[in-house]
Unconditional design. Structure first.
Length: 494
């Protein structure tokens, strides 16, 4: 049948454990329209695939591949140095769930169009959420044995836009289906890590994290508080055209803070960047396209508008070089650990593409440089979607988790909007532990849980794999992390 044709029989470079893999895996494309084909990689649960939940994962960007998560974060395999071999990940999320990694929107990774790419490779938050609804429906058509299983969504970074809008569409879809007596999606909720949610809180959280990590001097921070914070209550769109002295002064202070931290990895302030033997590729690694995405996002208003204008002239030329650069030049613009260099090497091998049922002429990139995403959506705060979902009758689970070493989507800013939603605190701030050690903190609201992961960067599972699995298990169970010190213990053998 259709699903059987997608089964991965032999994965190049993988030395399987004795007795073979403890799960089946499938990959291929989901035709969500007449021309859009979304790539997926599905691994069955090691625990109980027949009844365990189906969990979808996508990375952020916008426009970055979900396979970053698969091969660099919480998937069952990691790419070894050199890019030709795989090793097992002891803290994979498919230990407890059926996991489906997708590359969306169309044009990202191995996803492709057979139609007008100028149309199919253009996207925004609304079209992405509608397409992702179709991804779930087409996946459940291909795997009808999973239709009754609970469905959850997971993501990070720009997943802060993807997930609440995607969940909103699912809830509305289920409402209409139920009215007509038709089949619904057994939707359980979502968990999103270090989410980009609100431009105001994002900027406050970023600069506040710089100061909290003692990366900027107190006199500058004091002047920033006096000169910038009052301006943050003004409409961002108005500030973009504001040439007043106050705005110019604030913009300069923010630019100065960014210059101070320019030699650090903003996604993991206390971690070293990848040191490759080739100096020209020294910053190639996990999230290698993230710097290009970050720069472009700043220009389109992702961060404070003053910073956007402060750097606009210099970044314009750099972004132009990114758009026209060679593959090697793009590698020079990346952040984080070295693993994604090997990931790119691995996924572009012809035998790997064949095993994954991917056309050989598609070149895999971490982030799509051909996707035209409407970046004005980045200025849209996501809090209204959270309120809609929490206040609805859907009764879904919503978890927001945050690695506290990230500044780009810093914990400080996330705390601001989470608390400002205004929901009753049902359990106050308290520590949670893994194997007896403090792993972070947790606060429970009526309708939402907020969890920090101590010393984790932007991609929590990459930095804290055991803690992230503990968090994931608690999320699926709908239980408080603070209630147990055994979340980090190994899963019992079946």
């Amino acid at each position: 049948d259709d699903a059987k044709a997608d089964q991965i029989v032999n994965l190049p470079g993988l030395t399987e454990p004795e007795g073979g893999l403890p799960f089946r895996q499938f990959s291929g494309h989901l035709a969500i329209s007449d021309s859009k084909n979304i790539f997926y990689w599905f691994t069955e649960s090691e625990n109980d695939p027949a009844s365990d939940p189906v969990v979808f994962w996508t990375n952020g960007g916008p426009g970055c591949s979900g396979l970053i998560g698969f091969l660099g974060e919480q998937g069952p395999f990691r790419v070894k140095s050199g890019g030709s071999e795989l090793e097992m990940n002891d803290y994979a999320w498919n230990k407890v769930s059926n996991t489906v990694y997708i590359e969306q929107p169309c044009g990202v990774g191995f996803s492709y169009s057979t139609g007008d790419i100028s149309e199919d490779y253009s996207a925004d938050d609304d079209s992405a959420s509608q397409d992702n609804l179709q991804v779930i429906l087409k996946f459940l058509e291909k795997f009808p044995n999973l239709k009754d299983n609970q469905v959850f969504l997971t993501a990070e970074s720009y997943g802060g836009h993807y997930l609440p809008t995607w969940a909103h569409v699912i809830v509305d879809y289920n409402t209409e289906q139920a009215k007509n007596g038709d089949e619904t999606i057994n939707f359980g909720g979502f968990a999103v890590g270090n989410p980009y949610t609100d431009p105001k809180e994002n900027a406050l959280g970023m600069f506040g994290t710089f100061y909290g990590h003692q990366l900027v001097p107190r006199p500058l921070w004091t002047e920033y508080e006096k000169g910038c914070l009052p301006l943050y209550d003004i409409s961002y769109s108005n500030l973009l055209d504001d040439d007043s002295g106050d705005v110019q002064q604030c913009m300069a202070m923010e630019g100065q803070m960014m210059e101070f931290v320019g030699g650090l990895d903003p996604y993991a302030l206390d971690y070293a960047t990848c040191l490759s033997p080739n100096a020209e590729l020294a910053k190639a690694g996990v999230g290698r396209g993230q710097r290009a995405q970050l720069l472009q996002s700043v220009m389109e208003g992702r961060m404070a508008p003053y910073v956007q204008r402060y750097y606009q002239k210099s970044m314009r030329s750099e972004l132009r070089e990114i758009d026209s650069s060679s593959e090697e030049e793009r590698l020079m613009l990346a952040y984080d650990q070295c693993e994604n260099t090997w990931m790119t090497e691995y996924l572009n091998q012809p035998e790997v593409k064949a095993a994954l049922h991917v056309p050989d002429d598609i070149e895999w990139e971490e982030c799509s440089y051909q996707l035209n995403y409407d970046r004005s959506d980045m200025a849209d705060p996501m809090e209204p979607h959270y309120k809609y979902l929490i206040d609805s009758d859907a009764d879904i689970r919503i978890w927001v988790y945050s690695g506290d070493d990230d500044s780009v989507c810093g914990t400080m800013g996330t705390q601001m909007w989470v608390y400002d939603l205004g929901y009753e605190i049902t359990r106050p701030w308290q520590e949670w532990k893994v194997n007896g050690q403090v792993a972070g903190f947790e606060v429970l609201f009526d309708g939402l849980s907020f969890v920090t992961v101590h010393d984790a960067g932007h991609e929590v599972p990459a930095f804290k794999p055991e803690e992230s699995l503990a968090l994931f298990k608690a999320f699926l169970a709908g239980e408080s992390l603070a209630d147990s010190s055994t979340w980090g213990m190994p899963m019992p053998d079946n």
